[in-house]
Each structure stands twice: as C-alpha cells, then as structure tokens.
Design a protein around this ligand. Sequence first.
Ligand code: SF4
Length: 286
Amino acid sequence: MRYDSMKQLIKLAGREKSKVGEIVLAVEAEQEGESPDTIRGQMVISWEVMKQSLEKGVTDDIQSVSGLSGGDGKLFFSRIPKYIGQDISMTVARALGVAEVNAAMGRIVACPTAGSCGIVPAAMTLAQAKLNVKEENIITALFTAAGIGIICSTKASISGAEGGCQAECGVAAAMAAGALTELAGGSPTMIGHSVALCLSNMLGLVCDPVAGLVEVPCVLRNAGGLMQAILAAELALSGIKSRIPVDEVIDAMREVGEALPESLRETALGGLANTPTGNRYRKRVG
Ligand code: SF4
C-alpha cells in the first residue's frame, strides 16, 4: 500500500474499511520494515512527550531567554472566558503553553514543526474533554494527523522558510482538523474536507518571526491555528464540503508559498518582524 495524495489515502481507507490513521500506520510499518505494534509504540512515546509539554505549558512559570514569550499559556488557562466555552479556552491555553515550552527550549514533539508544535496536542485534549475518547483512539488519530502532514510535506511544504506560516501552523491546523474529525466519528471523506477547509482559511499566512526567534507571532499563531482546526472539523462534520478538492487546496498552498516574497519566508525582514517595534526587539535581543 502507498499514498501520495489525500485522494489516495481516503480511497485506501474506504477500500480497507479502516480509519485513515490505521492506513497511515500500516503504510509506515510497511515502509519501515517494522511491525505495526512497534510503530504504534513509537507514537505512544511521542504522545507521552506531548502530554508532558501540555502539562508544563500551563503550570510552569515559563520564560524564554529573549523575554519575548512565556506565561501566556498559564495566564489563559485559569481565565473564565467571555465568548468561548471553558473547554475550548483551556485548549487554547494548552496550545499557547506548548509553543512557549518550545520557545523556552523545553522538550516538545514537532508536529509538523517546532514552531507549530502546540496545535495537534492541544486539539487532542479537546477531544478527550468533549468526547471522552480513549488513549488508543488518540494514538490512531495522531497517525491520521501524521498522514496529512506527510502529504502536505511531499505535495507542498511544511517549512516557513519555503512556504510561509501557512506551511507550518496552517499544516498543523489541517493535521489537527483531520484528527478531530476522525475522533468525532467523521468519515475519511469528511476528513479530507476538514483539511481542505482548514487550509483554505489559512492560505497566505506569512512567516515573519520577530528578531528571527520562534516566539512572536509564533506562539499566538498556535492558538489561531487551533481555532481554525476546531472550526474546520465542525464544518466538515456538519456535512459542509470544500468546493475545491483537498489535493488542489494543498497544491494552491504550494503555489502561494512559492509566490511569497523572501521577506515573508522566515527571514525576519518583513511583516511583524519589520515593524518599528519588531525592529526594536531585534536590536534588543540581537
Ligand atoms: S511565523 Fe514562521 S517561524 Fe513562526 S511558527 Fe510561523 S512559520 Fe514558524
């Protein structure tokens, strides 16, 4: 078995009457020459690391070396939200917290990158809180997320330097959207729509890290990406379809990324990095 596109992955899941995550796991095991149990065990270890960073991000007093980030996850975690429910508010706090753990050089799982590491793990905690899903289903959903990330990385990019932040936080959000859709009982076709809807809403997002550090706006973009993932999953689960097929959306992301000027691809020469305040931060920490 192999897949090079979302269309092929969705077709395989339908043919095998399997979850998308199970197909991704089976293909990975085949390619690595390992047993599915071994590959699954590796994901269990990754999930354990994710859980540690989720906890740390909202309980520890985190501060990055530069002083540009830290403390927002913990602050948001204890807050009573005004417009969103408590569960989503705490999930947003966790996304911020994990990204802050990364900024402070703590241990995280890059998914797909370190800069966007908060979105997928935080989304998993929302599924646990709202749907009471079992750990084994979280592991399978992480394979679903991984499959989406693999396709985006081969068809387009998961690098801010190549494709802007749409390729990092955008892809992370798409991975989380697909995993959330699967965990809520969505079909493989719905997973495809969730990915397409999510990426469509994040197309064109630039990479403009202040002072060249993965802190501002990166930490907050994890919160934004998470909200887009939740929205896309809900849209897809309601039966709303992306009018543009998911693989074409991923191709469009590649095209948009290639069209971005160099100043907006992780060079810290444009966008927020090139604002008067962004430049002052650069001088201060540089
Ligand atoms: S702004 Fe750039 S460095 Fe920061 S998370 Fe997005 S892609 Fe990564």
